[in-house]
Design a protein around this ligand. Structure first.
Ligand code: ATP
Ligand code: MG
Length: 288
């Protein structure tokens, strides 16, 4: 026991690269991990444990790992008692019900009496119970999408992100059961080692800064002096914009941090207000 915070990450799968990328953006110097089970970080008191994603909620609940990065779908299916510390904005997907293209499913009540194949029996069962529906569940550990063509089930309940797998198997989405993304979890119990709490708060602070930076951009432009009031009204800045004088007397430079997705909505208004030399730059970290 070295006092380091133990963080469980998926060993090999859809969440692995994004989890490690996030940790690297937090300033963690992660060595080439290849096939190792545990990797210590040179410049931060953290050990990364590489595990199958199915095992992460339970290991965190039982304190084998202190924290973990895993999809919400896995947490709710495993019904473990863990606390979500932060949503991480990647690994987004939905658990949906789908049926063959040539069948009809008009309303949710049509699920009564149907057979549904899934790898998520617990989440599906609670969805059916909540909607007072009675369907037969068949639990499969993988390749759920082929169940209807094999005649094993009328519908499937499976994870999708783009919908390509559904299309390839001639299936059509009918109802959404659950939305999921990767989250950072900890045990519901307080850490016994107070120092681990300090380390967790430090890593959370860094993660939040990376996440806010990702959804923000740094906007720079020159404007005619007399448009200042108008331009400030257009910019959805997180904080009051910075205004700088330029060598050319009648111009000002305006800088502001804006939510990234608003840029294309305001660009025409900014131009109409006389803005020129508009630059939009990425932000690596943003401490609020
Ligand atoms: P493991 O070997 O660790 O058990 P796995 O095969 O169960 O891996 P992956 O397919 O790597 O899991 O998916 C990991 C997580 O990625 C899922 O639990 C889910 O939260 C998320 N995810 C995002 N998009 C998708 C998708 N299209 N299909 C499946 N999972 C997705
Ligand atoms: Mg798995």
């Amino acid at each position: 026991m070295n006092g380091n915070l133990k963080l469980a990450v998926q060993k090999k799968g859809r969440l692995t690269d994004k989890s490690l990328e996030l940790l690297r953006l937090c300033g963690l110097d992660i060595e080439n991990y290849s096939e190792r089970l545990v990797v210590s970080i040179r410049n931060f008191p953290l050990d990364i444990l590489f595990l199958r994603d199915d095992d992460i909620p339970e290991y965190v609940q039982d304190g084998v790992a202190d924290v973990g990065i895993v999809g919400e779908n896995v947490i709710f299916e495993k019904q473990t008692e863990v606390k979500i510390q932060e949503k991480l904005g990647f690994g987004r997907c939905s658990l949906i019900l789908a049926h063959p293209n040539d069948k009809e499913l008009k309303e949710i009540g049509d699920l009564n009496g149907k057979t549904i194949a899934t790898s998520y029996p617990r989440i599906l069962k609670s969805f059916l119970d909540k909607n007072k529906l009675d369907a037969k569940l068949i639990e499969l550990s993988g390749s759920v999408e082929i169940a209807p063509s094999l005649g094993v089930a009328d519908l499937i309940c499976d994870i999708v992100s783009t919908g390509n797998t559904l299309m390839m198997n001639k299936l059509k989405k009918s109802f959404k059961v659950f939305d999921s993304e990767a989250v950072l979890i900890s045990s519901e119990k307080e850490f016994e080692d107070a120092n681990k709490k300090v380390i967790l708060n430090d890593i959370l602070k860094r993660i939040r800064s990376v996440l806010t930076a990702r959804t923000s951009k740094y906007l720079m432009m020159n404007i005619p002096k007399d448009s200042l009031e108008k331009v400030v009204r257009i910019i959805p800045a997180l904080k009051s914009p910075t205004v700088l004088h330029l060598a050319e007397e009648h111009l000002l430079a305006v800088h502001a941090v804006i939510p990234a997705k608003t840029f294309w909505d305001i660009i025409d208004d900014l131009k109409a207000a006389g803005a020129s030399g508009i630059l939009l730059l990425p932000i690596e970290n943003l401490i609020q």
